[in-house]
Design a protein around this ligand. Structure first.
Ligand code: ATP
Ligand code: MG
Length: 250
């Protein structure tokens, strides 16, 4: 398996908090890697380094074999086009219809014709099971439906790398399993590489090829779901077996 994303010794201090303290992480082509960790442990900050919204204070972010520090602004923008990002809240624009929201990345970043865009929007809405909702406003949708619209928008440019920040947060168990299936379908049908950040351990076990646990600014363990279930480390066990997550103390 070849690495598509590598974080090497990444340090990041934000405000006066050292969030990442020499983080190492490798994501292999075609796998689904799940990052777990307590609230405030730096999961979203890690994703932001991968998409280039944050730069490390020290260390390297290497995408497809190239250090992002050596890339020009144009090259970085190009790179970002290859990523699909599912935001936690879907981040839909309420003044646009569902179909217009999904079409947005194509309207802004491509020269596709209206017909071509229409065809892509219909295809992606069908993929998330919302083909009948193209002309409604986001305000009438449930949380789970909004998340699926966000997913349709994230995949509209057919990215090879998908990043999901808490994709099942706030969803009921049925909607969560729909979203888990969508993540798995993206892998099996489109061969994408996925990074999923989640607190939701059942979801992690449904989608992960490998899990990485972030704690104290570093990845303290990576392994298969089975290896996580069998872990001896008390910090890992506490997280995996779902004890109440109190406020972070580190
Ligand atoms: N722009 C910023 N300025 C200052 N501090 C920040 C900034 N972004 C993140 N932080 C801090 O960095 C730490 C990690 O934040 P991050 O959002 O990565 O946590 P998380 O693991 O994603 O948590 P959650 O599970 O709650 O989403 C937190 O203490 C947060 O307050
Ligand atoms: Mg977060």
């Amino acid at each position: 398996m070849s690495a598509i994303i590598e974080l090497k010794g990444v340090h990041k201090t934000l405000g006066n908090k050292r969030v990442l303290a020499g983080l190492n992480l490798t994501v292999n082509q075609g796998e689904t890697l799940v990052i777990i960790g307590r609230s405030g442990s730096g999961k979203s900050v890690t994703l932001k380094h991968i998409v280039g919204l944050l730069q490390p204070d020290a260390g390297n972010v290497i995408i497809e074999g190239r250090d992002t520090a050596d890339m020009s602004y144009a090259e970085l923008s190009e790179l970002r086009m290859g990523f699909g990002f599912l935001f936690q809240d879907g981040a839909l624009l309420n003044s646009l219809t569902v179909g217009e929201n999904v079409a947005l990345p194509l309207r802004e970043h491509t020269r596709m014709t209206d017909d071509e865009i229409q065809r892509m929007v219909a295809e992606k809405l069908a993929f998330v099971g919302l083909e009948l909702h193209e002309n409604v406003m986001p305000s009438v949708l449930s949380g789970g439906m909004k998340k699926r619209v966000g997913l349709a928008r994230a995949i509209i440019r057919e990215p090879q790398i998908m990043l999901y920040d808490e994709p099942t947060h706030g969803l009921d168990p049925i909607m969560s399993s729909v979203v888990n299936e969508l993540i798995n379908n993206m892998k099996s049908k489109s061969k994408v590489t996925s990074i999923v950040v989640t607190h939701d351990m059942p979801s992690a076990f449904r989608v992960a090829d490998r899990i990485a646990m972030l704690y104290g600014g570093v990845i303290i363990k990576t392994g298969t779901p089975q290896e996580f279930l069998e872990a001896d480390d008390p910090i890992v066990k506490q997280f995996v077996y779902g004890e109440e997550q109190g406020p972070i103390t580190t």
